[in-house]
Design a protein around this ligand. Sequence first.
Ligand code: GLN
Length: 190
Amino acid sequence: MNIGVLALQGSVAEHLKMITSVNKKIGAIPVRTIDDLASVDGLIIPGGESTTLRILMDQFDLYTPIRERVVAGMPVWGTCAGLILLANRIEGERSYFGLLDIDVKRNAYGRQIDSFVAEGDFAGMYIGMVFIRAPRITRVGDGVEVLAEYNGDPVAVRSGNVLATAFHPEMMSRDNRVHKYFCNMIENKA
Ligand code: GLN
């Protein structure tokens, strides 16, 4: 099994390391081209800057192939900026993939200096959650499951093969359980 991390910008190395830590037999593949994408069974769209990521995905001709794979059932996980790009609606700007029935507001928890770590349940596991200029999920559609909340806001959601977290599990270097959860999503799909 191979898991790809979109490697155009953002926290790529951290995700690749976490995947390898879950199971050495899982390939952790940086994805920059259509060929890279074809070799993976699941894709992580990392945190970074969603405006930059959408420009780079367009330039690298990755929009349509990624979208088609996800529509065909490939598991995808967006963290932070990745969540924004998966959302059906983004306050004040046009959506990108529109593959997840949520509305989001960018940078809703403040500036970089307002970054914080919280703790809470994620799908029945107690985890630490790192928020860095995180988006706020302001609406969750009917078929969307809330996996984690912070202060009453949903911060991790799942709809079938689409997983999204407003926080950064790849920053919790000693805890790979959210990455394990995503690996299980891919394994259980077949
Ligand atoms: N603030 C960024 C954006 O709006 C997301 C930040 C992050 O991914 N850590 O795209």
